[in-house]
Design a protein around this ligand. Structure first.
Ligand SMILES: [Zn+2]
Length: 147
């Protein structure tokens, strides 16, 4: 009697490995005053930057171009400001550190958080190391420059 070996029994294709995205560690970012500001599923260094001011762009709503990032921003809204842009003005609802009041980001839609497609983190505003000044904190000071 020939021994029948089932090929399907040796297949391991169904033992799917966890994907890289599902196991990605959350990144935590702090204000320079060491207050916790942001936890996000992707490194800020790998996210796109705005051409206008170099701010880091975090997708906060699902859209045609991609899925929203998973993140939580620990910041408080202040009065909106108007920023000069080529061809007009942009209203920014600034987000400030709840401890030291330093601006850490903004969105262009009124509160609550994530009410628009994107949330922006100011260049050099947060660091992955608690209490350490980001290397690009003073790279340029012309964020609200009026030309
Ligand atoms: Zn702070």
């Amino acid at each position: 009697m020939p021994k029948v070996v089932s090929r399907s029994a040796v297949s391991s294709s169904t033992d799917a490995q966890p994907t890289a995205s599902s196991t990605a560690a959350l990144r935590v970012y702090y204000c320079i005053c060491s207050e916790f500001i942001l936890v996000i599923d992707k490194s800020l260094a790998s996210l796109p930057r705005r051409k206008t001011d170099g701010a880091i762009v975090i997708r906060s709503q699902d859209g045609e171009a991609g899925k929203a990032r998973v993140f939580k921003l620990n910041a408080v809204f202040k009065e909106p400001v108007l920023v000069e842009r080529p061809g007009g003005h942009e209203r920014q609802y600034r987000l400030h550190c709840p401890r030291c009041n330093l601006p850490v980001g903004y969105q262009t839609t009124p509160p609550p958080m994530k009410s628009g497609p994107y949330t922006y983190v100011l260049k050099g505003a947060v660091s992955q190391v608690q209490g350490q000044l980001p290397s690009d904190a003073f790279e340029d000071e012309n964020f609200v420059r009026v030309s």
